[in-house]
Design a protein around this ligand. Structure first.
Ligand code: SAM
Length: 277
């Protein structure tokens, strides 16, 4: 019988956020795959858990993924943790989940701390529809291209960002989306100095020029406003009906066609056409 892979989220700042289920899973796992074994060791020591650790990070994941897979196929249970938050979300793990799924291994994701969701929920921006854009590239050209591909995006957009890149990202965002676009900058979430600045791109540039950014950030950017619908008047409707009738169309069809073209209710077009007859 193959074992299983558990994705175990860990606190993004406040150690109290580790859940009972996460703790139990870490205790029961045969081994823990960790992004940085030193970081995870601190957490395990805090929880009083002693367990064998295997490092699994961006630059060894191709080779270590196979080792982990073989151990799971041989019957062991692996708990995957990253430095903080939910594994596989802008963190190593995506590839391991894919490998396990392809090998028919059961993957169980335990819900828990995740910076993107914590930031969205506290942002004050629309939460009904959103898209997660992860980290922008450090290369200026591809960062601008990424942002430009989002210029008409109406959903709330969420980005991870490092403090030393924040200013250039805000400047690029202001150039693409305009300085008036609302943004919530969620900093040091769940930590002592947690702060949410709800402002505009221009306001954020002003703020962080005066006071250099520190700590970890999630940027929650408002989506574009939907394009304004053109409003047509009764006169417009009547004129269009008359034009269509002149082309030989029946009155009934002209009303139907006008209602469709001007996105107006058919009875409103009918009334409009009667009034100007
Ligand atoms: N997998 C993790 C998650 O989804 O929670 C994210 C890992 S990613 C490598 C790290 C980024 O998450 C940081 O650069 C920052 O943008 C964001 N982040 C993590 N912890 C945070 C916190 N406490 N406050 C604000 N942002 C945080």
């Amino acid at each position: 019988m193959p074992g299983m892979l558990y994705l175990v989220p860990t606190p993004i700042g406040n150690l109290g956020d580790i859940s009972i289920r996460c703790r139990e899973t870490l205790e029961k796992a045969d081994f823990i795959a960790a992004e940085d074994t030193r970081v995870s060791l601190k957490l395990l020591n805090h929880l009083g858990i002693k367990k064998s650790l295997v490092s699994y990070y961006e630059h060894n994941k191709a080779q270590k993924g196979n080792v982990i897979l073989e151990r799971i196929l041989a019957g062991e249970t692996c708990a995957l943790v990253s430095d903080a938050g939910s594994p596989a979300i802008s963190d190593p793990g995506e590839e391991l989940v894919k490998q396990c799924a392809e090998a028919g291994i059961t993957v169980c994701a335990i819900p828990g701390p995740c910076a993107v969701i914590t930031a969205l929920s506290i942002s004050g921006q629309a939460t009904g529809r959103f898209c997660f854009e992860g980290f922008l590239s450090t290369a200026k050209k591809s960062r601008r291209e990424h942002l430009e591909s989002l210029v008409t995006e109406q959903r709330t957009m969420i980005f991870y960002e490092a403090p030393h890149k924040l200013m250039s990202t805000l400047e690029d965002m202001a150039a693409v989306f305009g300085p008036e676009r609302p943004i919530s900058l969620c900093r040091e979430l769940t930590k002592l100095h947690e702060e949410v600045v709800r402002t505009t791109l221009g306001g954020a540039i002003e703020l962080y020029t005066a006071q250099p950014p520190k700590g970890e950030f999630v940027l929650v950017l408002a989506g574009a406003q939907p394009p304004e619908k053109e409003e047509f008047t009764a006169q417009d409707a009547a004129t269009r009906v008359a034009e269509l009738i002149k082309t030989g169309m029946s009155r009934k069809d002209a009303i139907k066609q006008t209602a469709k073209e001007l996105n107006m209710p058919k009875n409103a077009v009918y009334d409009a056409a009667l009034q100007v007859e």
